[in-house]
Design a protein around this ligand. Structure first.
Ligand SMILES: [Zn+2]
Length: 369
């Protein structure tokens, strides 16, 4: 991947290029940024730039043998570590899937990845002890082609304490070995990782950037473009999913869910939790994001005089009605609770239990006349 293929982040790209050109590339770097910000793309573009035999001061060439091997994730000196779904598994067992998912998107998250390798987005990601051993042996080999070896660790959040040997290696790397760690949640990283790597924070895309990205890629009509750009909040994975997945089902299901919570109808709540569980973590997160969008509209409708509700016409009536059953304080509460569930779903939470608990909490927030 060339830098030009990574959307935006011009200043960061320039800094990375300068580091390579001035021979000041840190041996262990941490690219930290929220989902859908293009951090993995930047790590891959940087790696390609390091190895390219015909690079310019702007980018790698994209056509030399090194560039082509790195683009296809098959350069013998560039290694990858990423979470897997079962104990004792190692990354190299899933290299074909890794190539596939990288070829299809730059913004995938761990749930997408679990769905790709385990056919089950509800599986818990894991970087195994066996993987640590495998990395050590891969890195102890002499470089095949270039002078340097690189290890890209995607989602080092899943490295555990038993990875000490690897952390030691990051601290005192073998000659000419680069580590690029690509992470999302700084608070879940082992402190030894944050202290031993040079941090580059990758910001979220702005509303304007997201809008321009979607406009160029999909050319939607103005109102949906604006809505999706706002809803996705700089997360290009979310934005693409919102466009590519039919969100109508989410709208109907969200309406049923709110109604069941309002009516204290625990049977329906439980049925809906089951239904959502069966859809997998990915869809649940999209569903909840949809809900957050609805709640935001409720809030704006309540607080701004003559506010025009920004939603599909079939949703407007529902949003107006929902607004009469919730006050701003409780909308904010539900908002926070939904965001917490999204966060926990990306970790180990059981979707069925998390959704049921969320429903129980939401029930208390309604104003019933
Ligand atoms: Zn090249």
């Amino acid at each position: 991947m060339q830098f030009a293929q990574v959307y935006g982040h011009q200043k960061i790209k320039e800094q990375l290029i300068r580091n390579v050109e001035n021979n000041r590339l840190p041996h262990a770097q941490l690219f930290l940024g929220d989902e859908g910000c293009g951090k993995l793309g930047l790590a891959l573009a940087l790696t390609q730039y390091i190895y390219c035999t015909q690079r310019t001061s702007l980018d790698s060439c994209g056509v030399c043998s090194s560039c082509r091997k790195i683009s296809s994730h098959s350069h013998p000196d560039v290694h990858f570590t990423y979470p897997v779904s079962a104990s004792k598994e190692i990354s190299t067992q899933h290299i074909e899937k890794w190539r596939e998912i990288n070829a299809s998107s730059m913004y995938f998250n761990t749930t997408d990845w679990m769905e790709a390798i385990a056919k089950d987005g509800n599986k818990t990601p894991n970087i195994t002890r066996e993987e640590t051993r495998s990395i050590l042996s891969r890195l102890s080999l002499k470089p095949y082609e270039g002078e340097a070896k690189t290890l890209i660790i995607w989602m080092p959040e899943y490295l555990k304490k038993e990875s000490n040997v690897l952390l030691k290696l990051i601290e005192e790397p073998p000659q000419k070995t680069y580590f690029i760690l690509v992470a999302e949640h700084s608070q879940q990283l082992l402190p030894t990782i944050t202290s031993r790597t040079q941090l580059t924070k990758i910001p979220r895309y702005s509303y304007k950037e997201t809008h321009a990205f979607l406009d160029k890629k999909y050319g939607l009509e103005k109102s949906s473009l604006e809505q999706i750009a706002r809803l996705s909040d700089g997360n290009l994975r979310m934005a693409t999913h919102l466009i590519e997945n039919n969100s109508n089902d989410h709208a109907a299901l969200f309406r049923d869910w709110m109604l069941a919570c309002y009516r204290n109808d625990l049977k329906s709540v439980s049925d809906i939790s089951d239904k959502l569980h069966a859809m997998g973590k990915n869809q649940i997160q999209l569903f909840l994001k949809h809900g957050i969008g609805v709640l935001r509209e409720c809030m704006l409708h309540q607080t701004i005089d003559n506010y025009t509700i920004n939603a599909e016409s079939s949703q407007v009536d529902f949003i107006q009605k929902l607004s009469t059953t919730l006050n701003a304080f409780f909308i904010e509460k539900i908002y926070t609770q939904i965001n917490e569930v999204i966060y926990h779903l990306q970790r180990n939470a059981n979707p069925k239990i998390a959704l049921f608990n969320l429903s129980i909490n939401i029930r208390y927030h309604f104003i019933r006349k």
